[in-house]
Design a protein around this ligand. Structure first.
Ligand code: ZN
Length: 450
């Protein structure tokens, strides 16, 4: 792999941008040098890539999604529904998902993400009907074809409607089946190297769709194999009421009671906490993935990001599944996070730099990869997003980094993962997008007609 000098960017998002005004050097898939303005690299290089018209950020990192939901976007029966009725209407549709549909849905979600500047994405998959027991194996293949790094989570549902849960009984699995498959997937796919392309995590779906047993056993298994734990928590007041009614406790007590209140855990949403709960989450370093679009669409509430940060909670960003997201566009999600959080904490507090930090370093921390991903620094993986400001919406903009969010950048010009170009001139290098889209459209129709 050739060494490349990414030379003289218009702007660069690093801890100290002055260190890298002359760009950065990449070799063997890693960042090997930051170069001051006017200086030359001290190490040898074979190529120069002129970045003078480009804003560079670390590759964005998405820490919560449900890729399969790209097949049920903007579906009329749930367009105006809040979480519980939304789920109850969608569960029976999702239960019919087949392998080919999941493959296409995964590829579409990943393609959208990478075109927006995302280089590493977590997916929460919890549907394993009998025709789809190898769902994660399918996703591994689909991700390899697109070329993104992924954190695929072996999700689960085990509390069906017969036992007081929300999902229909036919969509849940037995605890032994779930644990066995979790173990198989970790052993088969989880990579531990600093340049790992596939990670596996364990992810019982939510308090209203799993038993306490599966939560406890998943935590033990994750501890044994040293993998991450993920679930939805404190998303809506309906969920809080469910926990009080079903378990006789609030969500954070529930989390603690099943052995999840620790730094191995990252939660999607994390909205409805009181001050004492925020303190406990901070002390335990539980991570929280903020999903602003989804929270606004379902009118779930606003994540108390800044209170959580002050308590010591790492914050990352996620587009959430495409039935509530509905677009998998992480740079627009970052913009939305900044604006939604400004309503709660004020314009002075929530800066573009802070929001970009959630989408990069913050998400990397949630996924346990902060040592090697999410920053432009020597020794880090060469995962980079390049944005052009050569569009009408940016014309006359003064601060290029602020312009990315304020003017609404929605597409990366180029994207590099592990030193390789995955997106060049706004196009995926190795994927026929037109064909993918045509097949995906048919799959979405078939799923709803089935
Ligand atoms: Zn979700």
């Amino acid at each position: 792999m050739a060494s490349i000098w990414i030379k003289n960017p218009m702007a660069i998002y690093t801890a100290n941008a002055f260190d890298a005004r002359g760009g950065l050097l990449i070799s063997d898939g890693k960042i090997t040098e930051l170069i001051a303005l006017g200086a030359n690299p001290t190490q040898p290089f074979e190529e120069i890539f002129d970045a003078k018209n480009l804003v560079i950020t670390p590759g964005l990192i998405n820490s919560h999604h449900h890729f399969y939901q790209t097949l049920t976007r903007a579906w009329a029966p749930v367009v105006n529904a809040p979480l519980f009725p939304w789920l109850k209407t969608l569960y029976p549709v999702w239960a019919k998902l087949n392998p080919e549909q999941l493959h296409l849905a995964t590829q579409v979600a990943l393609a959208e993400l990478v075109l927006s500047g995302c280089t590493f994405a977590a997916d929460h998959h919890y549907l394993f009907p009998e025709q789809l027991t190898d769902a994660i194996d399918i996703q591994v293949q689909a991700a390899q074809q697109i070329g993104l790094r992924v954190m695929l989570t072996r999700g689960s549902m085990s509390l069906g409607s017969d036992a007081g849960g929300l999902p229909p009984q036919h969509t849940v699995q037995e605890i032994d089946t779930i644990l066995k498959d979790s173990e198989r997937l970790v052993q088969r796919y989880h990579q531990r190297s600093e340049d790992a392309m596939v990670n596996i995590a364990l992810a019982p779906c939510s308090p209203f769709s799993v038993t306490q047993d599966i939560m406890r056993e998943s935590a033990k298994l994750a501890d044994f194999y040293d993998v991450r734990l993920h679930t939805h928590l404190a998303e809506t007041l309906d969920e809080e009421n469910f926990c009080m009614h079903m378990f006789g406790m609030r969500t954070v007590d529930y989390l603690e009671s099943v052995g999840w209140l620790n730094s191995r855990t990252w939660l999607a949403h994390g909205i409805h906490f009181n001050a004492e709960e925020i303190t406990r989450l901070g002390q335990a370093h539980v991570g929280i993935c903020h999903c602003p679009h989804s929270n606004m669409r379902l009118a779930s509430g606003i994540c108390p990001t800044f209170d959580l940060i002050q308590a010591g909670v790492p914050i990352g960003l996620g587009v959430d599944g495409s039935a509530s997201g509905d677009a998998s566009n992480l740079i627009l999600e970052t913009r939305q996070a900044m604006y939604l959080q400004r309503l709660k904490y004020g314009a002075e507090t929530i800066t573009p730099e802070l929001a970009l930090g959630w989408a990069t370093k913050g998400s990397a921390q949630l996924l346990g990869r902060e040592q090697h991903l999410g920053q432009i620094a020597v020794g880090y993986q060469a995962d980079l997003a390049f944005y052009s400001l050569d569009e009408l919406r940016f014309s006359g903009a003064h601060d290029p980094l602020a312009a990315l969010l304020l003017c609404g950048a929605d597409r990366a010009e180029h994207v590099m993962i592990k030193g390789q170009w995955i997106v060049k001139n706004q196009n995926l290098v190795s994927v026929d997008l037109e064909r993918l889209q045509a097949e995906h459209r048919i799959a979405a129709k078939q799923l709803l007609a089935a």
